[in-house]
Design a binder for this molecule. Sequence first.
Ligand code: BES
Ligand code: MN
Ligand code: ZN
Length: 496
Amino acid sequence: MEFSIKAASPEKLKSDCVAVPVFASGKLSPAAQELDRAAQGQLSRILKQGDLDPKPGSTLMLYGLPGVAAVRVLLVGFGKQQEVGAKEYRDGVRGAVRALADAGVGEAALYAIDVRVTQRNAEWATMHAATVALETTYRFERLKSKSKDDKKALQHLVLGVSGKQARGLDAALVRGIAIGEGVNFARDLGNLPPNICTPAYLAEQARDLGRSHKLKVSVLERRDMEKLGMGSLLSVSNGSRQPPKLITLEHRGGPKQQKPVVLVGKGITFDTGGISLKPAAEMDEMKYDMSGAGSVLGTMKAAAAMKLPLNVVGVIPTTENMPGGNATRPGDIVTSMSGQTIEILNTDAEGRLILCDALTYAERFEPAAVIDIATLTGACVIALGHVTSGLFANDDKLAHEVLAAGQTSWDRAWQMPAWEDYQEQLRSNFADMANIGGRPAGSITAACFLARFAKNFKWAHLDIAGTAWKSGREKGSTGRPVPLLTQFLMTRAGIK
Ligand code: BES
Ligand code: MN
Ligand code: ZN
C-alpha cells in the first residue's frame, strides 16, 4: 500500500472515498465539519438518524453527498471527542481501513491526523495511522491455491490534514510505514508452516534482508557452535534432522564507537517438547515458537528502512525441538558456553537452553543493553493473558525504557520480578542449575534462569508467549513486539 500526506479540503478531493472522523453526540471533526458545510448540513442530518454507533471504529458509508467531489464519504466513529486515547484512535483508524478494504475501494483519503489524541502529538497520530493501516490490510494467502477475494485492494491511502500543519509529518509517515512493514514481515515468518519456516529458512531470510537493507549478516553452523562450546543450544537440536543456525544481523547506523543494542530472539521453528512431549491439542501453534526471532528480523528491517542512527545487532539462535533417537533425555547434563552446567529435567523448557548460549555470545558485541524476546512460558499466558508481554530486567532504568516504549507504541509490556529469592527453585543436586523451577512462578523462574547468563550487561527479557499470536478463528501472528522494540530503538536514537 502507498501512503501520502495531503493538506487539502476534504470536499474538493477527487477520490474513491473520503473518510472523516465523527464523535459521540453528533460532534464533528474539522474535516467532517468542512464536508457538512459543503453538503449544506446533510452530514449532520444523517448523523441525527443515529445509524452510526459512536464507538471507536464503527463506520457508515454514504454515497452521492451533494457538494462533495469524492464518490463516497465514510463516517468513522472515534468515541467521545474529549476521550480519544491511543486505543480509541487506533480502533478508529482500524475500523476505517477495514471498511475501505471491505468496500473494495482502491484509493481513499482518511482525515484521522486531525483528531486530538490525549497526550499524543500529530507525529504520533501520523505514525500510528500508517502502521495500523498496514496491519489491518495484512493477509496471509500465499499457501491457498485460489484467492477467494476478488475485491480491489486498497492501494493508496492519503492521510488528509484539513488544517495546515502537514509539514514535518513526512518523517513520521516513513517511520510508521517501516514499523508496519516490519510487523507484517514478522507475521509472515510466524504464519509460515514449520515445514517451510525451518532454521535454514530463517537464515536465508536474514541473508535476503541483509542484501536488500544493507545489513551485515553472518550464520554460524553446528560445527562453529561446537567450537564455541554452545553445549546447551546444541542439546536442543539433537533430536532434529534440521541443522541449527545462529544468525547475526548488524545495523551500524550510529557512530563507530557507539556500543550497540543487542536483540536476541528465540527461534524454535517447532516445539514438540522433545522427549518431554507436549499433548496433541493445538500443538500446531508451536510453529509460532520462533516469534521472538521473527520480531528481531522485523525490527532490524524497520530500523534499516528508517535509517535509524543507532547501532543495533540481532542475534537469533534457531533450531527445532524434536524427539528422536539422538534427542536429549530428561536427566542429561550439558555445559553451556558460559561454562555453567545445566541439568535438563524437562526437554520442553528448551527456549532458555538456546537463549542462554546466545546471551553469552552477545557479550562479544560489548552491548549497551541486551533485550531478549521469547515465547518462553505458558505460565506467562496464565499470568498476563494476551494483552501485555511480560518484562523482566536486571536494570531498572532499562526496564522503564522498555515500558515507556510499550506505552508509546501501544504494544505494551508489564514488569514482573526477577528477584534473587526465586533462584533457589532452580537448584540441582547434580549440576550448577536445573532448567526448570517447578510449577510456582513459571515465567519468573525462566527469567531467573536467563539472568544467570546476563550478569555482564544490562539486560531485559520479554516473554511474548501470550502476545505473539492469536488462536482460534483469528489464528495468526500479531508481529508483536516489533512496534515496542522499534520504538525503544527510536528513543535511544534520540527521535522524539
Ligand atoms: N514454547 C513454550 C512456551 C509456550 C507454551 C508458549 C504455550 C506459548 C504457549 C516453551 O518452550 C515451553 O514449552 N515451556 C514450558 C516450560 C515448562 C516445561 C517449565 C511451559 O511453559 O509449559
Ligand atoms: Mn517448550
Ligand atoms: Zn518453546
